[in-house]
Design a protein around this ligand. Structure first.
Ligand SMILES: *[C@@H]1O[C@H](CO)[C@@H](O)[C@H](O)[C@H]1NC(C)=O
Ligand SMILES: *[C@@H]1O[C@H](CO)[C@@H](O)[C@H](O)[C@H]1NC(C)=O
Ligand SMILES: *[C@@H]1O[C@H](CO)[C@@H](O)[C@H](O)[C@H]1NC(C)=O
Ligand SMILES: *[C@@H]1O[C@H](CO)[C@@H](O)[C@H](O)[C@H]1NC(C)=O
Length: 372
């Protein structure tokens, strides 16, 4: 598919429009494989929770698009759903429920809510523990198991089949790493000053980079690598770290220190993507600027029909609606499409749609993801 044909056909991406286009028109990729955390988990976490209760298994999670809880930590679709729709693919199933039998003709999603980039052992030297073992390395391990199951064998022929399968696929690697920082900030104390999180950045970026290289070595040729969000504009951060000093808030009333922190992570990640691209000229590595895309609706929410971008749609009282967790007993403050934050930590389908458009059509990915 040439870049111009694809672009002209797909510039007007929207779920409704695309459903009416003939299949394959935007068929740059046959599959999407994705890795990450709750931002794009589509059911792995709730699958792992088995019969245990989880608020993510119940409305109002899922109220908007699916009209039922699906395991997405959102009122509706998440970023990877918008990418799948833009490429005329069905929504990508979570890996774990079909781990032993799935053929995954359109790809699979390995993201798990709570996941970190670094393995838990990494944090022991700081006397710090992270609650989820399904770090990026574990997810890539699941992915390699799946490849071996779909195309078994160790000979050149089997390797070729696996490489071709990956060559026809888009990899979405992240966002990942956000939780590594979250856990440090949230469970911090005097012995864990927030500034210390700076020292994790090079290791987290290197881990994302080595994962990209590992996927390229397996045959991947198109990889989207998203950065972190402006966490200083996230309601749970705003309520957890109230700023008594007015200088702690920026012109949008977001927490300056945390936004600067995300920007430092993103700058390092962007540099890593550039280095990897230079080393792997045959691959297309696309950095996705989720920070910049999200700042669009923080700066000018009205343009997207969003009210106050700093308050949660589902939760409780307080200036950021974070007085209670979002669950079936929580207050839903209005139509989720008028909010950017869904539950105080995760975004609404509306916010994800705005970010996805900025990545698919530009300017928040270079080149735009749809220019394949
Ligand atoms: C979960 O529930 C199903 C159906 O009620 C039951 O068959 C299964 O044994 C339960 N699994 C566990 C691990 O309790
Ligand atoms: C909603 O999802 C639950 C499980 O998550 C399922 O048991 C139920 O049948 C679904 N309801 C509808 C209307 O699809
Ligand atoms: C590590 O943390 C535990 C509990 O959080 C604490 O009891 C212990 O003193 C800490 N150890 C060091 C070396 O800081
Ligand atoms: C990947 O697929 C493209 C398009 O079909 C082809 O031109 C290219 O040679 C393939 N690359 C590899 C490494 O197989």
């Amino acid at each position: 598919m040439g870049i111009f044909k694809c672009l002209s056909a797909c510039l007007l991406v929207s779920g409704v429009l695309l459903l009416n286009l003939p299949p394959g028109l935007c068929g740059c990729y046959k599959r999407i494989f994705s890795f990450g955390d709750s931002i794009i988990d589509t059911g792995n976490f709730v699958h792992m929770s088995g019969n245990g209760s989880s608020r993510y298994k119940e409305l109002p999670y899922g109220m908007t698009f699916f009209k039922n809880a699906t395991g997405r930590i959102c009122d509706g679709r998440v970023l990877v759903d918008f990418y799948a729709q833009a490429f005329q693919l069905p929504m990508i199933p979570p890996n774990l429920p079909e781990q032993d039998s799935g053929r995954f003709p359109n790809g699979a999603n390995f993201a798990v809510a709570g996941a970190t980039a670094m393995p838990p052992a990494y944090y022991r030297r700081w006397n710090h523990s992270v609650p989820m073992p399904h770090s990026l390395g574990v997810q890539i391990g699941w992915f390699k198991q799946m490849l071996r199951r779909l195309a078994p064998g160790d000979d050149d022929g089997a390797n070729k089949i696996r490489q071709q399968l990956l060559n026809e696929s888009l990899i979405v690697l992240g966002e990942i790493g956000g939780n590594d920082y979250n856990y440090w900030f949230w469970y911090g104390d005097a012995a864990k000053p927030r500034e210390q999180a700076n020292q994790f950045i090079p290791d987290i970026v290197a881990r994302i980079g080595s994962s990209v290289q590992e996927l390229i070595n397996l045959g991947a040729t198109s990889i989207l690598i998203p950065g972190n969000f402006p966490i200083g504009c996230v309601p749970s951060y705003l309520s957890m770290f109230p700023s008594s000093d007015p200088a702690g808030l920026d012109g949008r009333r977001c927490l300056r220190w945390f936004n600067d922190f995300s920007a430092r992570h993103n700058q390092a990640l962007r540099g890593e993507v550039r280095r990897l691209q230079a080393r792997n000229p045959g691959a297309k590595l696309i950095y996705a600027d989720y920070y910049g895309a999200a700042m669009e609706f923080v700066r000018d929410p009205g343009r997207f029909g969003i009210g106050n971008p700093l308050v949660a749609c589902c939760g409780g009282g307080g200036p950021y609606h974070t007085g209670a967790a979002c669950d079936r007993a929580a207050k839903v403050w209005g139509d989720p499409s008028g909010f950017a934050s869904w539950d105080g930590l995760h975004m609404t389908e509306k916010a994800y749609e705005v970010i996805a458009q900025g990545v698919l059509n530009g300017p928040f990915a270079d080149p735009p993801l749809l220019s394949c």
